[in-house]
Design a protein around this ligand. Structure first.
Ligand code: UTP
Length: 404
Protein backbone atom coordinates (compact mmCIF):
# COMPACT_ATOMS: atom_id res chain seq x y z
CA UNK A 1 0.00 0.00 0.00
CA UNK A 2 2.90 2.33 0.82
CA UNK A 3 4.10 2.11 -2.70
CA UNK A 4 0.75 3.20 -4.12
CA UNK A 5 0.50 5.96 -1.54
CA UNK A 6 3.93 7.20 -2.65
CA UNK A 7 2.78 7.18 -6.25
CA UNK A 8 -0.26 9.27 -5.35
CA UNK A 9 1.89 11.76 -3.43
CA UNK A 10 4.49 11.94 -6.16
CA UNK A 11 1.83 12.79 -8.73
CA UNK A 12 -0.08 15.26 -6.62
CA UNK A 13 -3.09 13.00 -6.12
CA UNK A 14 -3.24 13.17 -2.32
CA UNK A 15 -7.03 13.53 -2.45
CA UNK A 16 -7.17 9.79 -3.17
CA UNK A 17 -5.20 8.70 -0.10
CA UNK A 18 -8.33 8.49 2.10
CA UNK A 19 -9.94 6.32 -0.58
CA UNK A 20 -6.89 4.06 -0.70
CA UNK A 21 -6.79 3.75 3.07
CA UNK A 22 -10.47 2.95 3.34
CA UNK A 23 -10.36 -0.02 0.97
CA UNK A 24 -9.82 -3.70 1.79
CA UNK A 25 -9.54 -7.00 -0.08
CA UNK A 26 -10.57 -7.14 -3.73
CA UNK A 27 -11.58 -3.49 -3.85
CA UNK A 28 -8.17 -2.44 -2.59
CA UNK A 29 -6.40 -4.73 -5.06
CA UNK A 30 -8.45 -3.33 -7.95
CA UNK A 31 -7.82 0.26 -6.94
CA UNK A 32 -4.07 -0.36 -6.59
CA UNK A 33 -4.00 -1.98 -10.00
CA UNK A 34 -5.77 1.02 -11.49
CA UNK A 35 -3.19 3.41 -10.06
CA UNK A 36 -0.26 1.17 -11.02
CA UNK A 37 -1.28 1.04 -14.67
CA UNK A 38 -1.47 4.82 -15.12
CA UNK A 39 0.90 6.37 -17.63
CA UNK A 40 1.71 9.59 -15.79
CA UNK A 41 3.40 11.18 -18.80
CA UNK A 42 0.03 11.07 -20.52
CA UNK A 43 -1.82 12.41 -17.49
CA UNK A 44 0.66 15.28 -17.25
CA UNK A 45 -0.39 16.40 -20.71
CA UNK A 46 -3.39 18.13 -19.15
CA UNK A 47 -0.93 20.89 -18.20
CA UNK A 48 0.71 21.18 -21.58
CA UNK A 49 -1.56 19.73 -24.24
CA UNK A 50 0.59 18.83 -27.19
CA UNK A 51 0.72 21.68 -29.68
CA UNK A 52 -1.32 20.15 -32.44
CA UNK A 53 -1.26 23.30 -34.51
CA UNK A 54 2.34 22.86 -35.61
CA UNK A 55 1.63 21.45 -39.03
CA UNK A 56 4.30 21.12 -41.68
CA UNK A 57 3.97 22.38 -45.25
CA UNK A 58 0.42 21.48 -46.25
CA UNK A 59 -0.63 20.87 -49.86
CA UNK A 60 -3.69 19.35 -51.54
CA UNK A 61 -3.56 15.62 -52.27
CA UNK A 62 -4.72 13.89 -55.44
CA UNK A 63 -7.44 11.33 -55.05
CA UNK A 64 -9.78 9.14 -57.04
CA UNK A 65 -12.97 10.99 -57.89
CA UNK A 66 -16.32 9.27 -58.33
CA UNK A 67 -15.98 9.70 -62.10
CA UNK A 68 -12.56 8.04 -62.21
CA UNK A 69 -13.81 5.23 -59.99
CA UNK A 70 -16.76 4.65 -62.31
CA UNK A 71 -14.45 4.57 -65.36
CA UNK A 72 -12.17 1.97 -63.75
CA UNK A 73 -14.85 0.08 -61.88
CA UNK A 74 -14.32 -3.36 -63.45
CA UNK A 75 -10.57 -3.33 -62.95
CA UNK A 76 -10.90 -2.26 -59.29
CA UNK A 77 -13.70 -4.70 -58.62
CA UNK A 78 -11.78 -7.64 -59.98
CA UNK A 79 -8.68 -6.85 -57.92
CA UNK A 80 -10.78 -6.33 -54.79
CA UNK A 81 -12.85 -9.48 -55.18
CA UNK A 82 -9.77 -11.64 -55.67
CA UNK A 83 -8.12 -10.14 -52.55
CA UNK A 84 -11.26 -10.80 -50.53
CA UNK A 85 -11.63 -14.34 -51.87
CA UNK A 86 -7.99 -15.04 -50.96
CA UNK A 87 -8.76 -14.07 -47.35
CA UNK A 88 -6.48 -11.04 -47.57
CA UNK A 89 -8.98 -8.56 -46.11
CA UNK A 90 -10.29 -8.25 -42.56
CA UNK A 91 -12.74 -5.69 -41.18
CA UNK A 92 -12.27 -3.87 -37.87
CA UNK A 93 -15.32 -2.34 -36.24
CA UNK A 94 -14.43 0.43 -33.81
CA UNK A 95 -17.07 0.10 -31.12
CA UNK A 96 -15.14 1.12 -28.03
CA UNK A 97 -16.44 4.70 -27.85
CA UNK A 98 -18.87 5.86 -25.22
CA UNK A 99 -21.23 7.65 -27.58
CA UNK A 100 -21.82 10.35 -25.01
CA UNK A 101 -23.55 12.64 -27.51
CA UNK A 102 -26.18 10.00 -28.24
CA UNK A 103 -26.73 9.72 -24.51
CA UNK A 104 -27.42 5.98 -24.20
CA UNK A 105 -25.65 3.83 -21.62
CA UNK A 106 -25.86 0.77 -23.85
CA UNK A 107 -23.27 0.14 -26.62
CA UNK A 108 -23.95 2.51 -29.51
CA UNK A 109 -24.36 -0.41 -31.90
CA UNK A 110 -27.28 -1.70 -29.79
CA UNK A 111 -29.21 1.52 -30.42
CA UNK A 112 -32.54 0.95 -32.16
CA UNK A 113 -33.01 3.38 -35.05
CA UNK A 114 -36.09 1.68 -36.51
CA UNK A 115 -39.42 3.39 -37.07
CA UNK A 116 -41.87 0.60 -37.89
CA UNK A 117 -39.77 -2.23 -36.44
CA UNK A 118 -36.50 -2.56 -34.50
CA UNK A 119 -33.42 -1.80 -36.60
CA UNK A 120 -30.21 -1.79 -34.62
CA UNK A 121 -27.05 0.02 -35.68
CA UNK A 122 -25.03 -3.23 -35.49
CA UNK A 123 -27.68 -4.92 -37.60
CA UNK A 124 -27.32 -2.32 -40.37
CA UNK A 125 -23.54 -2.57 -40.38
CA UNK A 126 -23.60 -6.35 -40.54
CA UNK A 127 -26.21 -6.24 -43.31
CA UNK A 128 -23.85 -4.01 -45.30
CA UNK A 129 -20.98 -6.43 -44.74
CA UNK A 130 -23.13 -9.41 -45.65
CA UNK A 131 -23.92 -7.78 -49.01
CA UNK A 132 -20.21 -7.81 -49.81
CA UNK A 133 -19.81 -11.41 -48.65
CA UNK A 134 -22.66 -12.41 -50.92
CA UNK A 135 -21.22 -10.47 -53.83
CA UNK A 136 -17.77 -12.05 -53.43
CA UNK A 137 -18.84 -15.52 -52.30
CA UNK A 138 -16.68 -15.49 -49.16
CA UNK A 139 -16.79 -14.38 -45.55
CA UNK A 140 -14.73 -11.51 -44.18
CA UNK A 141 -13.20 -11.83 -40.68
CA UNK A 142 -14.77 -9.18 -38.49
CA UNK A 143 -12.83 -7.87 -35.48
CA UNK A 144 -14.95 -5.91 -33.03
CA UNK A 145 -13.14 -3.48 -30.75
CA UNK A 146 -14.91 -2.85 -27.45
CA UNK A 147 -13.83 -1.21 -24.23
CA UNK A 148 -14.01 -2.39 -20.61
CA UNK A 149 -17.15 -0.29 -20.32
CA UNK A 150 -19.15 -2.07 -23.01
CA UNK A 151 -17.41 -5.37 -23.78
CA UNK A 152 -19.83 -7.64 -21.93
CA UNK A 153 -22.91 -5.79 -23.16
CA UNK A 154 -21.67 -5.81 -26.77
CA UNK A 155 -20.90 -9.52 -26.81
CA UNK A 156 -24.18 -10.34 -25.14
CA UNK A 157 -26.18 -8.19 -27.54
CA UNK A 158 -24.59 -9.66 -30.66
CA UNK A 159 -24.84 -13.20 -29.36
CA UNK A 160 -28.52 -12.71 -28.40
CA UNK A 161 -29.20 -11.59 -31.97
CA UNK A 162 -27.17 -14.44 -33.51
CA UNK A 163 -24.71 -11.89 -34.90
CA UNK A 164 -27.51 -10.78 -37.21
CA UNK A 165 -26.84 -13.79 -39.39
CA UNK A 166 -23.07 -13.34 -39.65
CA UNK A 167 -21.10 -16.58 -39.13
CA UNK A 168 -19.81 -16.49 -35.55
CA UNK A 169 -16.56 -18.23 -36.48
CA UNK A 170 -15.63 -15.13 -38.48
CA UNK A 171 -16.16 -12.75 -35.54
CA UNK A 172 -13.51 -11.90 -32.93
CA UNK A 173 -13.66 -9.37 -30.10
CA UNK A 174 -10.84 -7.40 -28.55
CA UNK A 175 -10.85 -4.63 -25.97
CA UNK A 176 -9.03 -1.35 -26.19
CA UNK A 177 -6.98 0.18 -23.41
CA UNK A 178 -8.35 2.68 -20.93
CA UNK A 179 -6.89 5.98 -19.73
CA UNK A 180 -7.63 7.82 -16.50
CA UNK A 181 -9.93 10.81 -16.44
CA UNK A 182 -8.87 14.00 -14.64
CA UNK A 183 -10.60 17.22 -13.67
CA UNK A 184 -9.46 20.59 -14.96
CA UNK A 185 -6.76 20.69 -12.28
CA UNK A 186 -5.30 17.34 -13.25
CA UNK A 187 -6.83 15.43 -10.33
CA UNK A 188 -7.90 11.85 -10.91
CA UNK A 189 -11.66 11.47 -10.57
CA UNK A 190 -13.73 8.70 -9.02
CA UNK A 191 -16.37 6.68 -10.83
CA UNK A 192 -17.59 5.07 -7.60
CA UNK A 193 -16.42 5.26 -3.98
CA UNK A 194 -13.98 2.43 -4.66
CA UNK A 195 -12.93 2.99 -8.27
CA UNK A 196 -11.03 5.67 -10.18
CA UNK A 197 -12.73 6.91 -13.36
CA UNK A 198 -11.16 5.58 -16.54
CA UNK A 199 -12.40 5.92 -20.08
CA UNK A 200 -11.49 4.39 -23.46
CA UNK A 201 -8.24 5.85 -24.76
CA UNK A 202 -9.47 6.92 -28.19
CA UNK A 203 -9.80 5.11 -31.48
CA UNK A 204 -6.09 5.49 -32.35
CA UNK A 205 -5.18 2.57 -30.09
CA UNK A 206 -7.04 0.00 -32.16
CA UNK A 207 -4.00 -1.51 -33.82
CA UNK A 208 -1.88 -2.05 -30.69
CA UNK A 209 -4.92 -3.50 -28.90
CA UNK A 210 -5.66 -5.79 -31.83
CA UNK A 211 -2.10 -7.09 -31.85
CA UNK A 212 -2.09 -7.52 -28.07
CA UNK A 213 -5.24 -9.62 -28.27
CA UNK A 214 -3.54 -11.96 -30.82
CA UNK A 215 -6.79 -12.43 -32.71
CA UNK A 216 -5.14 -11.80 -36.07
CA UNK A 217 -3.32 -15.12 -35.69
CA UNK A 218 -6.55 -16.95 -36.51
CA UNK A 219 -6.53 -15.41 -39.99
CA UNK A 220 -2.94 -15.58 -41.25
CA UNK A 221 -3.75 -14.60 -44.83
CA UNK A 222 -4.90 -11.09 -43.92
CA UNK A 223 -2.87 -8.34 -45.59
CA UNK A 224 -5.33 -5.45 -45.38
CA UNK A 225 -7.61 -4.19 -42.64
CA UNK A 226 -10.70 -2.09 -43.36
CA UNK A 227 -11.27 -0.08 -40.19
CA UNK A 228 -14.64 1.61 -39.77
CA UNK A 229 -16.73 3.43 -37.20
CA UNK A 230 -19.78 2.07 -35.48
CA UNK A 231 -21.95 5.04 -36.33
CA UNK A 232 -22.12 5.32 -40.13
CA UNK A 233 -25.06 3.07 -40.98
CA UNK A 234 -24.75 3.53 -44.75
CA UNK A 235 -21.10 2.69 -45.21
CA UNK A 236 -19.90 -0.12 -47.43
CA UNK A 237 -17.55 -2.35 -45.46
CA UNK A 238 -14.74 -4.29 -47.14
CA UNK A 239 -16.01 -2.70 -50.35
CA UNK A 240 -14.21 -4.65 -53.10
CA UNK A 241 -13.95 -1.61 -55.39
CA UNK A 242 -12.25 0.41 -52.64
CA UNK A 243 -10.00 -2.54 -51.77
CA UNK A 244 -9.03 -3.08 -55.42
CA UNK A 245 -8.39 0.62 -56.06
CA UNK A 246 -6.16 0.93 -52.98
CA UNK A 247 -4.16 -2.20 -53.78
CA UNK A 248 -3.65 -1.19 -57.41
CA UNK A 249 -2.64 2.36 -56.41
CA UNK A 250 0.39 1.01 -54.53
CA UNK A 251 -0.35 3.16 -51.46
CA UNK A 252 -0.11 1.93 -47.88
CA UNK A 253 -3.64 2.91 -47.08
CA UNK A 254 -6.88 4.14 -48.58
CA UNK A 255 -9.46 6.46 -47.08
CA UNK A 256 -13.05 6.80 -48.13
CA UNK A 257 -13.83 10.49 -48.44
CA UNK A 258 -16.80 12.69 -49.27
CA UNK A 259 -16.58 16.10 -50.93
CA UNK A 260 -16.90 18.80 -48.32
CA UNK A 261 -20.25 20.52 -48.68
CA UNK A 262 -18.88 23.92 -47.68
CA UNK A 263 -15.42 25.31 -46.90
CA UNK A 264 -16.08 25.28 -43.16
CA UNK A 265 -17.72 21.88 -42.78
CA UNK A 266 -16.47 20.28 -39.58
CA UNK A 267 -14.64 17.29 -41.03
CA UNK A 268 -10.98 16.39 -41.19
CA UNK A 269 -9.57 16.61 -44.72
CA UNK A 270 -6.89 14.53 -46.38
CA UNK A 271 -3.86 16.46 -47.55
CA UNK A 272 -0.11 16.15 -47.96
CA UNK A 273 2.00 17.43 -45.09
CA UNK A 274 5.65 17.79 -45.97
CA UNK A 275 4.93 15.43 -48.86
CA UNK A 276 3.37 12.74 -46.66
CA UNK A 277 -0.33 11.85 -46.43
CA UNK A 278 -2.00 13.42 -43.44
CA UNK A 279 -5.38 14.48 -42.12
CA UNK A 280 -5.82 18.07 -41.12
CA UNK A 281 -8.64 18.82 -38.70
CA UNK A 282 -11.20 21.52 -39.56
CA UNK A 283 -10.06 23.65 -36.61
CA UNK A 284 -6.48 23.55 -37.86
CA UNK A 285 -7.36 25.05 -41.24
CA UNK A 286 -6.70 28.68 -41.97
CA UNK A 287 -9.36 30.68 -43.87
CA UNK A 288 -7.02 30.72 -46.83
CA UNK A 289 -6.78 26.92 -46.88
CA UNK A 290 -10.47 26.39 -46.31
CA UNK A 291 -11.31 28.58 -49.32
CA UNK A 292 -8.42 27.63 -51.62
CA UNK A 293 -9.56 26.37 -55.04
CA UNK A 294 -7.99 24.26 -57.78
CA UNK A 295 -7.73 25.16 -61.47
CA UNK A 296 -11.38 24.16 -62.02
CA UNK A 297 -12.61 26.33 -59.18
CA UNK A 298 -13.34 23.40 -56.81
CA UNK A 299 -12.22 23.47 -53.19
CA UNK A 300 -8.58 22.39 -53.10
CA UNK A 301 -8.96 20.75 -49.66
CA UNK A 302 -12.22 18.99 -50.20
CA UNK A 303 -11.69 15.33 -49.34
CA UNK A 304 -13.44 14.94 -45.98
CA UNK A 305 -12.61 11.70 -44.15
CA UNK A 306 -15.51 9.53 -42.93
CA UNK A 307 -13.62 7.05 -40.73
CA UNK A 308 -13.46 4.24 -43.21
CA UNK A 309 -9.83 3.34 -43.92
CA UNK A 310 -8.01 0.43 -45.51
CA UNK A 311 -4.62 -0.15 -43.91
CA UNK A 312 -1.82 -2.35 -45.18
CA UNK A 313 -0.91 -4.75 -42.38
CA UNK A 314 2.78 -4.96 -43.21
CA UNK A 315 3.06 -1.17 -43.05
CA UNK A 316 1.13 -1.14 -39.78
CA UNK A 317 3.66 -3.59 -38.30
CA UNK A 318 6.43 -1.19 -39.29
CA UNK A 319 4.73 1.73 -37.59
CA UNK A 320 4.27 -0.09 -34.27
CA UNK A 321 5.71 1.94 -31.41
CA UNK A 322 5.96 5.14 -33.48
CA UNK A 323 4.75 8.32 -31.84
CA UNK A 324 1.12 9.25 -32.22
CA UNK A 325 -0.13 12.40 -30.49
CA UNK A 326 -2.37 12.20 -27.44
CA UNK A 327 -5.29 14.63 -27.65
CA UNK A 328 -6.54 16.12 -24.40
CA UNK A 329 -10.29 16.35 -24.88
CA UNK A 330 -12.92 18.00 -22.69
CA UNK A 331 -15.86 15.65 -22.16
CA UNK A 332 -18.87 15.08 -19.93
CA UNK A 333 -17.90 12.16 -17.72
CA UNK A 334 -20.18 10.69 -15.01
CA UNK A 335 -18.22 10.86 -11.74
CA UNK A 336 -18.64 11.26 -7.99
CA UNK A 337 -18.92 14.83 -6.77
CA UNK A 338 -17.08 16.09 -3.69
CA UNK A 339 -19.96 14.81 -1.51
CA UNK A 340 -19.63 11.33 -2.94
CA UNK A 341 -22.82 11.50 -5.06
CA UNK A 342 -22.83 10.04 -8.57
CA UNK A 343 -23.52 12.84 -11.06
CA UNK A 344 -24.16 12.94 -14.80
CA UNK A 345 -22.79 16.36 -15.65
CA UNK A 346 -24.68 18.73 -17.92
CA UNK A 347 -21.47 20.40 -19.12
CA UNK A 348 -17.94 19.19 -19.79
CA UNK A 349 -16.28 18.40 -16.49
CA UNK A 350 -13.19 16.36 -17.30
CA UNK A 351 -10.23 15.81 -19.56
CA UNK A 352 -9.93 12.53 -21.40
CA UNK A 353 -6.76 11.40 -23.13
CA UNK A 354 -7.27 10.02 -26.60
CA UNK A 355 -5.24 9.01 -29.60
CA UNK A 356 -7.04 9.26 -32.93
CA UNK A 357 -7.06 6.98 -35.93
CA UNK A 358 -6.77 9.97 -38.27
CA UNK A 359 -3.24 10.54 -36.96
CA UNK A 360 -2.31 7.09 -38.25
CA UNK A 361 -2.72 8.25 -41.85
CA UNK A 362 0.50 10.17 -41.45
CA UNK A 363 2.34 7.11 -40.13
CA UNK A 364 1.22 5.21 -43.23
CA UNK A 365 2.97 7.87 -45.39
CA UNK A 366 0.91 7.27 -48.52
CA UNK A 367 -2.87 7.28 -48.66
CA UNK A 368 -5.37 7.12 -51.51
CA UNK A 369 -8.41 9.37 -51.13
CA UNK A 370 -11.33 7.39 -52.57
CA UNK A 371 -14.40 9.53 -53.14
CA UNK A 372 -17.84 8.17 -52.35
CA UNK A 373 -21.25 9.76 -52.86
CA UNK A 374 -22.25 11.31 -49.57
CA UNK A 375 -25.97 10.47 -49.82
CA UNK A 376 -25.12 6.84 -50.59
CA UNK A 377 -22.41 6.07 -48.05
CA UNK A 378 -22.39 8.58 -45.24
CA UNK A 379 -25.04 8.59 -42.54
CA UNK A 380 -23.24 9.03 -39.23
CA UNK A 381 -25.17 8.91 -35.98
CA UNK A 382 -23.59 11.12 -33.35
CA UNK A 383 -26.65 12.86 -31.86
CA UNK A 384 -30.29 12.08 -31.26
CA UNK A 385 -31.57 14.94 -33.40
CA UNK A 386 -30.20 17.56 -35.80
CA UNK A 387 -26.94 17.21 -37.70
CA UNK A 388 -25.46 13.68 -37.89
CA UNK A 389 -28.28 12.21 -35.88
CA UNK A 390 -30.71 9.34 -35.66
CA UNK A 391 -33.16 11.60 -37.53
CA UNK A 392 -30.82 12.44 -40.42
CA UNK A 393 -29.60 8.83 -40.70
CA UNK A 394 -33.18 7.55 -40.88
CA UNK A 395 -33.91 9.88 -43.80
CA UNK A 396 -30.78 8.75 -45.61
CA UNK A 397 -31.57 5.07 -45.03
CA UNK A 398 -35.04 5.60 -46.48
CA UNK A 399 -33.56 7.53 -49.41
CA UNK A 400 -31.43 4.44 -50.10
CA UNK A 401 -34.41 2.12 -49.97
CA UNK A 402 -33.70 0.56 -46.57
CA UNK A 403 -36.89 -0.31 -44.70
CA UNK A 404 -36.75 0.91 -41.18
P1 UTP B 1 -16.48 9.35 -31.81
O1 UTP B 1 -15.38 10.28 -32.05
O2 UTP B 1 -17.80 9.67 -32.41
O3 UTP B 1 -16.61 9.14 -30.24
O4 UTP B 1 -16.02 7.93 -32.28
P2 UTP B 1 -17.69 8.37 -29.37
O5 UTP B 1 -17.05 8.08 -28.05
O6 UTP B 1 -18.28 7.17 -30.06
O7 UTP B 1 -18.89 9.42 -29.21
P3 UTP B 1 -19.01 10.75 -28.33
O8 UTP B 1 -17.98 11.70 -28.87
O9 UTP B 1 -18.76 10.36 -26.91
O10 UTP B 1 -20.42 11.18 -28.58
C1 UTP B 1 -15.81 7.58 -33.63
C2 UTP B 1 -15.62 6.07 -33.69
O11 UTP B 1 -14.50 5.68 -32.90
C3 UTP B 1 -14.90 4.72 -31.93
C4 UTP B 1 -16.38 4.95 -31.73
O12 UTP B 1 -16.99 3.80 -31.19
C5 UTP B 1 -16.81 5.29 -33.13
O13 UTP B 1 -16.94 4.12 -33.91
N1 UTP B 1 -14.13 4.93 -30.69
C6 UTP B 1 -14.04 6.16 -30.14
C7 UTP B 1 -13.53 3.85 -30.11
O14 UTP B 1 -13.65 2.70 -30.60
N2 UTP B 1 -12.81 4.06 -28.97
C8 UTP B 1 -12.68 5.27 -28.39
O15 UTP B 1 -12.00 5.38 -27.35
C9 UTP B 1 -13.31 6.36 -29.01
Amino acid sequence: MKNIKDILIQHNQQHLIPVLESLRGDELARFEKQIEQIDWDTVDLWKHPEDLSGKGRVEPINGLTCTEIRQNRDKFLQAGVSALQAGKVGAVLLAGGQGTRLGSDAPKGAYDIGITHPVYIFERLIANLKDVCLQCGCNVPLFVMTSDLNDGATREFLSKHDYFGYPEQFVRFFTQDMAPVVDFEGKLMLESPTKAAFSPNGNGGWYSSLVKARVLNDFPDIEWLNVFSVDNVLQRIADPIFVGATILSGTNCGAKVVRKCDPYEKVGVLCLEDGISSVIEYYEMTDEMANATDSQGNLAYSFGVILNYLFNLEKLHQTAGKHIPVHVVKKKVPVLDSDGNAVKPAAENAYKFETLILDMVRLMETCLPFEVVREREFAPIKNKTGVDSVESARKLLQFNGVEI
